[in-house]
Design a protein around this ligand. Structure first.
Ligand code: FE2
Length: 271
């Protein structure tokens, strides 16, 4: 349970996988069916030192922050928020979801920032679903949020090279992505069954699959008769110490204490 009591599936961090440099967390939100008046979210909380990436598949999320930024993320939309030096924000189901009920389904990824960018001013990159480029090949469709796929470039500018792809494979289709061998890469299955690796090991909905680094590409197959949908996320490791405490991710313990101090003294603002 997270926020005000929202059930999520947390792919990581776990005790076996504290992070996957440069990625710090992946939460799969729902799909949840809310009854009227039941929808809850993530009320006011701070962040410093990294980026939160919210990707809505179904329903709406409404956000506000301590610097007056606010908006609605509808189905298919993405918000890449660089928390940088810090802010306080709230992330709640949209008004209609709270009032009338309905389905909420989405993801939140946390991307670390290198030391030189941790105290950068907060920045938002936000795109509605229809603004996210879609690349296609036979039996393959890819929404390119960040990085590139099948010759199509994504919409998000990232501080370090990152790929964020939402891939749909029809029955028996395969998808190959070229990635530098230095990158950390994983797949998270949204629905269907996938297969990868030399033995074509299979994995199902809710599975996270980490790819090893020997080779310059990865391939995912759909061995089943129904579509396979997954996120493919990859990034260049930052290679710096990670010290995290709740909503703050810095390089040293002193910087974490400073973050709590700055938050308590209102330097990240209030909503
Ligand atoms: Fe947040």
């Amino acid at each position: 349970m997270e926020g005000a009591g929202l059930r999520i599936r947390r792919a990581f961090p776990t005790h076996v996988l504290p992070d996957l440099d440069p990625f710090l967390l992946l939460d799969h939100l729902g799909p949840i069916q809310f009854q009227p008046g039941e929808a809850v979210g993530f009320p006011d909380h701070p962040h410093r030192g990294f980026e939160t990436v919210t990707y809505v598949l179904e329903g709406e999320m409404q956000h506000r922050d301590s610097f007056g930024h606010s908006g609605i993320l509808g189905p298919g939309s993405v918000q890449w928020m660089t928390a940088g030096s810090g802010l306080v924000h709230s992330e709640m189901p949209g008004e209609s979801l709270r009032k009338n009920g309905g389905t909420l389904h989405g993801f939140q990824l946390w991307v670390n920032l290198p030391r030189v960018d941790k105290m950068t001013p907060p920045r938002y990159q936000e795109f509605a679903g229809e603004k996210i480029p879609v690349a296609a090949a036979e039996g393959v469709s890819v929404k390119v949020v960040a990085g590139d796929a099948l010759g199509q470039k994504g919409v998000i500018e990232t501080n370090i090279p990152i790929s964020y792809l939402h891939v749909t494979l029809q029955a028996k289709a395969a998808f190959r992505q070229v990635l530098p061998s230095s990158a950390n890469a994983f797949v998270y299955v949204i629905s269907g069954v996938g297969a990868a690796g030399t033995g074509l090991a299979s994995f199902e909905e809710g599975s996270m699959v980490i790819f090893n680094k020997d080779g310059d590409s990865i391939e995912i197959n759909n061995p089943a008769e129904r579509p396979l949908e997954f996120l493919l996320i990859a990034g260049e490791p930052i290679g710096e110490p990670v010290v995290r405490a709740g909503p703050f991710v810095m390089n040293t313990r002193e910087e974490i204490l400073q973050a709590f101090h700055d938050y308590q003294n209102g330097l990240m603002g209030t909503i």
